[in-house]
Design a protein around this ligand. Structure first.
Ligand SMILES: Cc1cc2nc3c(=O)[nH]c(=O)nc-3n(C[C@H](O)[C@H](O)[C@H](O)COP(=O)(O)OP(=O)(O)OC[C@H]3O[C@@H](n4cnc5c(N)ncnc54)[C@H](O)[C@@H]3O)c2cc1C
Length: 317
């Protein structure tokens, strides 16, 4: 009799529904599904349908696409690739992940699924100023949320950055590599240190202190920013710098450790501090980029596979 728990197969009534549930079908979650399916692991991806990547008009820094690729097109390709190898992708909102003797029970939309491992790829939700037409403004590239991603395309335009003074000045200095027309609109109440104001002067950045009331998207022209004092300012591009909500609450409820901003802490295999629970992509501490997200996915999926018993391949027939 085989007494090695790693290779012993449990009786059917004690088997999990799937080897791994992946929560989130952005670039991170779908890449994890491609890897898991190609390791012959059963995998269910559960997704609520609001990937940040779907907002990317055209990404020019994602490797392998010289003319660029839209976020939606990239997600569609990853979806097709994951399904081609047998991953199951379903629409749903995961409400809870509970510990289970076989791993975890994942509750979503009235269903339960027992998984031996869970990979969380739930991303973040950007905070935006009050806007009439935020989706259209972002999809047109007029309102932007990632200067690392698309600073290159600023290319001399009139650009504003809005948010808490010090970090917004840092953002503006970053953008000075791409244009000489940068305005900081700093939220009142947290005056920047003198060193930060020295940077503003040194880099020739325009500095306004004002609370933004409303942003109006003007297709083909840019944005009109209306501040609470009633003043109206026109810019070709706007980078809100208002932070984001990290979607880490499912893991936090299981006791997973986070950094002060709410991003999950993981080890070199992308495992959180909860054994068997992995986290990848924007929900993890560090740079929020698709190339990072897919790298995390490769690491986590490989670690999940290696943490489960080997299933010897047998010749068909
Ligand atoms: C406007 C814009 C432009 C960008 N441009 C670039 C670029 O050019 N290059 C680049 O590298 N990066 C770019 N980024 C960043 C990039 O979009 C993110 O780094 C990437 O999408 C992160 O992938 P992810 O899979 O971790 O998260 P996401 O893509 O956000 O996917 C997370 C998924 O999890 C799902 N989810 C969340 N909670 C639940 C739940 N409870 N139950 C079920 N599903 C859930 C969501 O519905 C979503 O589909 C850009 C971002 C924005 C907003």
């Amino acid at each position: 009799m085989n007494t090695d728990a790693r290779v012993a197969h449990p009786p059917p009534e004690h088997q999990a529904d799937v080897d791994c549930v992946v929560v989130g079908a952005g670039p991170a979650g779908l890449t994890a599904a491609v890897y898991l399916a190609r390791f012959h692991r059963s995998c269910r991806v559960i997704d609520a349908g609001c990937s940040r990547a779907a907002w990317i008009p055209t990404s020019h820094n994602y490797p392998g696409f010289p003319p660029g690729i839209s976020g939606r097109a990239l997600i569609e390709r990853l979806y097709e690739q994951a399904c081609r190898y047998g991953a199951e992708v379903v629409r749903g909102v995961v409400e809870e992940i509970r510990p289970h003797t076989l791993g975890f029970e994942v509750r979503y939309d009235g269903h339960g699924c027992v998984a031996r491992r869970v990979i969380l790829a739930t991303g973040i939700q950007d905070s935006l100023p009050a806007m009439d037409d935020a989706d259209a403004a972002i999809l047109s590239g007029t309102v932007r949320l990632c200067a690392i991603c698309d600073g290159y395309e600023v290319d001399g335009h009139e650009v504003a950055v809005y948010g808490e003074a010090e970090s917004t000045i840092g953002h503006a200095v970053f953008l000075r590599s791409f244009t000489d027309r940068v305005t900081v609109i700093a939220k009142p109440g947290q005056p920047p240190r003198e060193e930060a104001l020295a940077l503003v002067r040194h880099y020739g950045i325009r500095y306004l202190e004002a609370e933004v009331g409303q942003v109006h998207y003007r297709p083909g022209e840019g944005v009109e920013v209306v501040t609470r004092d009633g003043a109206r300012h026109r810019f070709e591009l706007l980078y809100p710098n208002l932070g984001a909500r990290v979607r880490s609450e499912l893991a936090q409820r299981l006791g997973a450790a986070c950094d002060p901003g709410g991003c999950l802490q993981v080890d070199d295999h992308r495992q959180t501090t909860v054994p068997g629970l992995y986290a990848i992509g924007d929900v993890v501490s560090g740079l929020k980029q698709m190339s990072i997200a897919v790298g995390h996915a490769a690491q986590a999926a490989t670690a999940v596979h290696n943490s489960l018993e080997a299933r010897p391949w047998s010749r068909p027939g």
